[in-house]
Design a protein around this ligand. Sequence first.
Ligand code: BGC
Length: 762
Amino acid sequence: MKKKIVTLCFIFLLCNINAQEKRGGNKDSKEEIKQKVASLLSKMTLKEKIGQMNQYNGFWNVTGPSPKEGDGAKKYDNLKSGQVGSMLNVRGVEEVRRVQKIAVEETRLGIPLIIGFDVIHGYKTISPIPLAEAASWDMDAIKKSAEVAAREAAASGINWTFAPMVDISRDARWGRVMEGAGEDTYLASKIAYARVKGFQGDNLSAVYTIAACAKHFAGYGFSESGRDYNTVDVGTATLRNVIFPPFKAAIDADVKTFMNSFNELNGVPATGNSFLQRDVLKGEWNYKGFVVSDWGSINEMIEHGYAENKTQASAIAVNAGSDMDMESYAYVNHLEALVCSGKVDVEKINDAVKRILTVKYELGLFDNPYLYCDEKREKEEIGSAKNQAEVLDMAKKSIVLLKNEKQLLPLPKKGQKIAVIGDLAQDKNSPLGSWRIAADDNTAVSVLEGLNAYKGNKISYEKGVVLAHGKTDFTLETKINKTDRAGIKEAVALAAKNDVVILVLGENGFQSGEGRSRTNLDLPGLQQELLEAVYKVNKNIVLVLMNGRPLAINWANENIPSIVEAWHLGTQSGNAIAQVLYGDYNPSGKLPMTFPKSVGQIPIYYNYKSTGRPKIPAPNMVFWSHYIDETNTPLYEFGYGLSYTNFKYSNLKLTKTYFKKGENITVSCTLTNTGKYEGKEVVQLYIQDKFASITRPVKELKGFKIISLKPGESKDVSFVIDEKLLQFYSANNKWEAEKGEFTVFLGGSSKTVLEDNFKLIN
Ligand code: BGC
């Protein structure tokens, strides 16, 4: 009988599908969803509730037979009996429809699955790595890029991305810096907001939006010595003032889910951390979405030495506020007994399930479980010309010009003999980065292809040295070529007979990302040797860098006239780079992360604390905060980046020299384009709170504006400073602005050029 009712309901549902797909799914108010969730919850058995808290990885070839035995079979049975609430890494309309059909048609209550996927920077049409996008400082572009990713993923059956990663990091050794927005809390918070809005849009149940996930809560970017998954030990001030704000910004953008983290934080694994998940997230911040664990992180609490077994790990995680178990098989196997024995209060389960069901309702999945399953849309949307144009735009905006001393750039479009050298110049895979699960291999436009699209010059190519041998995968580092110098001779010969050399060097796409920490930030393999050999015969070198993290390129900075930071720029990489090199796009990117001179300087960041001994007190004095073998200053500071034109900052004005709480002041300056090209400049506002109840950084970013100017043109640029902008988590354990003296700085990087002082009184 029950089966019959479910089938009838399903037929009714199918009839509605077409209409629903066009207008999007759910249109219920918050209150209506609340009632529906409560009503559904009251019908669920404990087992079914726990099922909603269970997430499995894709487990069988949905186009083939279902598994008959082993773990796969158990997962399959669990899916049929309603013990799975979500799946990840299932993609494509056909596959998604297959699993969704089981959830909807074959389980007692027909609750649809939420389908998650790591749509980190694009789905199939890949946009620049997030660190590169951050270099654009362009919130509209970043939001659009997330919209493209959401549109493609949603067209492929996916309705939930595990992005954005909003972890702040000051450590370029950590491979996952490529996935974040860099070192600065203010910039990263703006980006977190833009990316969540881009993924989720204003209507979550529209067919082109997906739920976002702020991760990894919290502290993951502060792993000791930059080694992935390592211990994190940070104090309250850093946690509150540096690490938390981008997560809070994601909540302000209405992010639907959070992911916790692999790391322990001050002795307690994030997954089992009640302070993080219950006290701060669901308490202080009153967060209503749900928290998914990271992959297997509930089980990992055993290795951490925090839980003795899976049963205890499950209890710790659920009590601490982890609502969904990603691939630990912990909740599905242990929670029921824990509730029955009274070790876990059923109200904790009810709360988790309510949160999960709410997001499913908001996505429109109850109105139409196949909302994201439309073959026609899948065909039209993925890789569309519009999406390609948008990722190309994002890629150009992400490029940072680091040096252009002899004005080698932009390149003349005619009459030049150009040698292109470097394995990465022809690489169609590396620009896609390591987080591009759905993209086909070798689908990026290479630099060589991008340059060859311009016909006026004579372009010749030599690889120089192979960067990595064999198929690039998880064992990449062992494949980096450190011995085979075979191509250097040919490269040098080619360089000698050309006017200009474009050397494309850096990291393979799989040298950054999860699990790819490095102890050394030089150009990998034999690339430095190649660079120096070429330099001996031709000094007109444009070095194009491709990398997923800051690199320590001191020699290049001293000797090479033009250096372009081109990161891993995604599908349209080569076109973006060529358009910048030829001046069809004037670069305006600014570094979102400090480039060190050596690994020994790490962690290195612009908003450091003064210390009690910041300056050399007298010549040859040794007792001050410094190194005896290196300066304290970075190679390229946060916020740095050049243009083909020049900008002059002048005329800093403050409307008042003091203001009271509740009032504000305006700081302004004049920006003039003194060069020959039209260009954009990111004007940056920094503030220092000179004396406070806890020591404050030497300066902190507090605003920025992108200003476009024609040659010779000037504009006044202003920022309003109010009490809110001066707030921090103080010694009183609250967000507040403390009265006193402040310095305000303006400039085109964190090495600012203008400054003045003001006071906050009362
Ligand atoms: C990563 C997460 C990711 C998850 C699912 C984990 O290893 O830390 O960021 O979302 O895998 O793929």
